[in-house]
Design a protein around this ligand. Structure first.
Ligand code: ADP
Ligand code: MG
Length: 636
């Protein structure tokens, strides 16, 4: 061939600073691009073969090799795909790849946000110049009678073409690295990079360290034959293993996948040795192509926040983790792989957000997840209940974030009940219709509210346990979406069911108790209510108005500003007139000599009520202990 040269029309001074800025955070992108091209070249040849336009040898085996060489400072990417003719190199490399790079720069040079383009797709072959002083292509087309071609470019603005000595079909890209790329000649670094992007590439991928291989040959040569004891071992070197799995599970038909395979795949991909709870295999070709597996992970401990990982693939090549422009944000709490070959990746993220295809993917996945949960709820209720502790943050977060998801799952949300087991909201309201007057009671802290739970149990009442961070938001969501639904914390109200009816206490006794306790507690604003409870053992309990408590919690959340003067704690001390202690206080009221005792007792009753409501403040605790000692002394 005639020795040719040419250049691309681009301002040399501009090109690299701009690309570098783009690729700075993910310098390894060039490997993804070159190996993807190698894989594309094989796919193209396979297609040609399938339609009878290529004639592959019987024993044809497709493979891609990456060779790193520290000493030579080179990386080679070798494929046995379709190769290129001279004309094709001119067209695809000189014109398309080079001008593609120019387009790319034109489009993005002014954008300052580095993360705009997903995985920086779009630069393709040209990204090789990110890390190289010189790039060389040696290629031989599969076409009969093709001549091998060499293409060389120093620096990416000018190129030369000449004959090549390549004898086998396919393409070798040789990178003569600049300082920027040297780290990738390290075998481990390269292996990690290849595993990141190509763990599921459709063709076998091998890595070789040429520098190490050369050293070994030297060593072997210098070795005395006598030293070579283990002849068998040296005679037959280990067959190299491809570093990818060419048939990822997500491509298989769900019918043909076993439970064991799903679990193994999960462990391998996410390095999570806890078994996943269950999974959803997405497998659709029409009207769009979407494959993948979503796993519901098991939380390691109760208060762990869910932290998922959704790996996005493009034709079995890894693109990025957790792209929230493509996947509904709440799904990022799951773990999974998604292969979306129709995804337009050479566009900016903000474009993707408004893309019709992306919206369809999101809607489809959301529906699949809701369907799976519904089928578990309907057909495997025991398992569903068992999973609930692990999956409820996910479901609730999904409801808060995605209206469509909420609509699909609102009826299959379950609640742990103080009666044991789980209930739906519908069943809860139905079962407690008579006793609750449509109120929903909940427990936010089982230990702290144990006393109230006991009273509920005694009176055949039921509360649901909503004790995680997300539950506050979730209750608000339900209240805003479902008419008539109102949540009350278990200590917010006292139900008629707990009362005997008439208190049997005279008006002036009530005002006596009021005065007595206000003085004992030294709080004039404390509300006092006298009730005759069915449970006679409890002298008093504290109620805290739901409304004012929520206000306070909210103000605490917004910067911890003290707004207690705006939303005073509406606490009510309920005195139980059927309790002996309360009765004795009333009996002693006329007795001047008992004044001190009455004070001690009333202070103590208040503290006890308080303690079964929330932990005492340190001061109050100190006083409580002191008073306890005093009371004990009176017994001896
Ligand atoms: P893209 O892959 O998006 O088309 P690239 O810049 O990566 O863009 O590559 C440009 C073109 O160069 C490819 O479309 C292909 O025709 C050709 N090419 C690149 N690498 C190879 C290869 N290893 N074998 C055959 N053709 C290749
Ligand atoms: Mg490409």
């Amino acid at each position: 061939m005639k020795h040719e040269s040419g250049s691309i029309s681009i301002n040399t001074e501009n090109i690299f600073p701009i690309i570098k800025k783009w690729l700075y955070s993910e310098k390894d992108i060039f490997i993804r691009e070159l190996v993807s091209n190698a894989s594309d070249a094989i796919s193209k040849l396979k297609k040609l073969d399938a339609i009878g336009e290529a004639d592959l040898p019987e024993d044809n085996r497709f493979e891609i090799k990456v060779l790193v060489d520290k000493n030579e400072k080179t990386i080679k990417v070798i494929d046995n795909g379709l190769g290129m003719t001279e004309e094709e190199v001119k067209k695809y490399i000189n014109q398309i790849a080079f001008s593609g790079a120019v387009d790319f720069l034109e489009k993005y040079k002014d954008k300052s946000d580095d993360g705009q383009i997903i995985g920086h797709f779009g630069l393709g072959f040209y990204s090789a110049f990110m890390v190289s002083q010189r790039v060389q292509i040696d290629t031989l087309s599969f076409q009969p009678g093709a001549v091998p071609v060499r293409w060389v470019s120093d620096g990416g603005t000018e190129f030369e073409m000449m004959d090549s000595d390549r004898t086998e079909r396919g393409t070798t890209i040789t990178l003569h690295l600049s300082e920027d790329g040297l780290e990738f000649t390290d075998e481990y670094k390269m292996r990690a990079t290849l595993e990141k992007y190509f763990a599921f590439l459709p063709y076998e991928l091998y890595l070789e360290d040429s520098a190490k291989a050369a050293e070994k040959t030297e060593e072997d040569k210098s070795k005395e034959p006598a030293e070579n004891v283990d002849a068998a071992e040296t005679a037959e070197p280990k067959k190299p293993e491809p570093l990818n799995d060419t048939q990822p599970l997500w491509l298989k038909n769900p019918k043909d996948c076993t439970e064991e395979e799903y679990k193994q795949f999960y462990t391998k991909v996410f390095h999570d040795f806890n078994e996943p709870l269950f999974w959803i295999h997405l497998n659709m070709d029409y009207p769009f192509n979407l494959k993948g597996i979503l796993y519901f992970p098991k939380l390691k401990h109760e208060f762990e926040t869910m932290e998922g990982q959704i790996k996005l693939y493009y034709n079995q090549v890894f693109v990025a983790d957790n792209i929230k422009e493509v996947i509904p944000e709440f799904l990022l709490l799951l773990k999974g792989v998604l292969d979306c070959p129709d995804l337009p990746l050479n566009v900016s993220r903000s474009f993707l957000q408004n893309d019709g295809y992306v919206n369809k993917i999101s809607t489809h996945i959301t529906k699949k997840v809701a369907d799976k949960l519904t089928s578990l709820f309907e057909n495997e209720r025991d398992n569903y209940n068992k999973y609930w502790d692990d999956i409820n943050p996910f479901v609730k977060y999904g409801c808060i974030r995605e209206e469509k998801f909420f609509d699909r799952v609102k009826d299959i949300i379950i609640y742990k009940s103080t009666k044991g087991g789980y209930t739906t909201l519908k069943d809860y309201l139905e079962n407690n219709k008579e006793k609750h007057e449509n109120k929903i009671f909940y427990v936010s802290n089982e230990k702290q509210q144990a006393q109230y739970i006991r009273l509920f149990n005694e009176n055949g009442m039921e509360a649901v346990i909503l004790s995680t961070m997300i539950d506050n938001h979730f209750m608000q969501l339900l209240e805003s979406k479902m008419s008539g639904v109102r949540f009350n914390r278990i200590d917010a109200d006292i139900s008629d069911n707990m009362k005997k009816g008439d208190t049997g206490i005279a008006e002036d006794d009530v005002s006596y108790l009021e005065k007595l306790f206000k003085a004992a507690v030294n709080d004039d604003k404390l509300k006092i209510q006298v009730e005759s409870l069915k449970n006679e053992s409890v002298p008093a309990m504290i109620l805290l108005s739901e409304q004012s408590r929520r206000m306070q919690e909210m103000s605490a959340m917004f910067g911890g500003m003290d707004m207690s003067h705006m939303f005073p704690k509406e606490q009510t001390l309920v005195l139980n007139s059927s309790n002996k202690l309360v009765k004795s206080v009333l009996d002693m009221k006329a007795d001047e000599t008992k004044k001190d005792e009455i004070k001690l007792i009333s202070e103590h009753i208040y503290d006890l009520a308080m303690m079964s409501h929330q932990p005492l403040e340190p001061d109050a605790m100190a006083r409580f202990i002191e008073r306890s000692n005093e009371l004990l002394l009176k017994l001896v």
